[in-house]
Design a protein around this ligand. Structure first.
Ligand code: CAA
Length: 293
């Protein structure tokens, strides 16, 4: 199967990786061919580390990377499936889907990895709403075993069945969600992360104690503030804005500190600092601006 992934950030690269690992051709797109190539190089470097640790063979890495192609946009015209993972912004996603709708063969399924935006609205930007569906992966994509399939008002049963089968063939468990903000998982998870920021903002506990609280008290694999850093504080803010607007309840209002962190450029792991500071992807301590003198 030929799959094209638009957006080569953490999610896009991870999605391209899992498809390529299963023998599918994965076209990788970013803002330019040069930028996509940089993301492919980054993926190659991270896979090489797995070889050095004895977690993957060189042959498996070479075969995987041979399936990841960086090409001009026109190469996606005959893709069977396109997954967009671009900025979590309705206008940006609609513009891209509309362009892809004009570029691709009529059978191509257009999927979105959106965390919270309405699939019905995104589908309306195309002439094939029955072939538009949510395929929501979780971070880190190669590790997390879930794909949430989201159906809009006009998504066909045939499209749902195809992506459901595909998700399963990638070794993932699929769940089916109706098109409501946050779908199943993020509707529960992101308000909890926002509340963790609120707890910090109210000085109820320190960054480390908030995280330890959920790790040791509830057995979460990582604390909510560390997880927010992994997801991206800008994404958490955008999703909470969508919840607040669409669901209309003040319980979804983004925490004030979350807005301040994003305004200050602290976006989490990808910017080198969020609630924690990172060096080459490794957490090295709490962000000093959050430590009380
Ligand atoms: N990419 C690829 N593989 C990764 C990885 C990454 N970013 N991070 C960790 N791994 C792999 C490691 O290589 C390791 O695999 P091997 O055993 O084969 O080497 C395995 O995952 C476990 O990693 P570690 O031992 O280093 O670390 P860990 O045991 O502490 O697990 C974790 C790390 C998997 C991230 C774990 O902390 C976890 O599950 N955290 C919660 C993640 C979560 O909640 N994700 C959902 C986010 S919400 C979302 O994505 C949706 C959205 O729309 C916002």
């Amino acid at each position: 199967m030929k799959v094209a992934v638009f957006g080569a950030g953490t999610m896009g690269s991870g999605i391209a990786q899992v498809f390529a690992a299963k023998g599918h051709t994965a076209l990788m797109y970013a803002s330019s061919v040069a930028s996509a190539q940089k993301h492919k190089d980054k993926l190659a470097a991270s896979l090489q580390k797995r070889v050095e640790k004895g977690k993957m063979t060189q042959e498996a890495v070479d075969a995987l990377l041979a399936n990841v192609l960086v090409e001009e946009k026109s190469a996606c015209a005959d893709a069977d499936l396109i997954i967009e993972c671009v900025k979590e912004d309705m206008a940006t996603k609609k513009e891209l889907l509309n362009e892809l709708d004009g570029l691709c063969k009529p059978e191509t399924i257009l999927a979105s990895n959106t965390s919270s935006i309405s699939m019905t609205s995104l589908a309306a930007a195309t002439s094939r709403p029955e072939k538009v569906v949510g395929m929501h992966f979780f971070s880190p994509v190669p590790v997390m075993s879930l794909v949430e399939i989201v159906y809009g008002l006009r998504t066909s049963k045939e499209t749902i069945d195809i992506v459901d089968e595909l998700g399963k063939s990638m070794g993932k468990r699929t769940i089916l969600a109706k098109d409501k903000p946050g779908f199943i998982v993020n509707r529960m998870l992101l308000p909890m992360l926002n509340e963790a920021v609120q707890v910090l903002d109210e000085d109820i506990g320190t960054v480390e104690d908030v995280d330890e609280g959920m790790m040791r008290g509830c057995n979460h694999p990582m604390g909510p503030l560390a997880l927010a850093d992994m997801i991206g504080l800008d994404i958490l803010l955008e999703v909470m804005e969508t919840f607040y607007l669409d669901l209309g309840d003040t319980k979804y209002r983004p925490a004030h500190l979350l807005r301040k962190m994003v305004s200050a450029g602290y976006l989490g792991r990808k910017s080198g600092a969020g609630f924690y500071v990172y060096d080459e992807g490794k957490k090295i301590g709490v962000n000093p601006v959050l430590v009380k003198a």
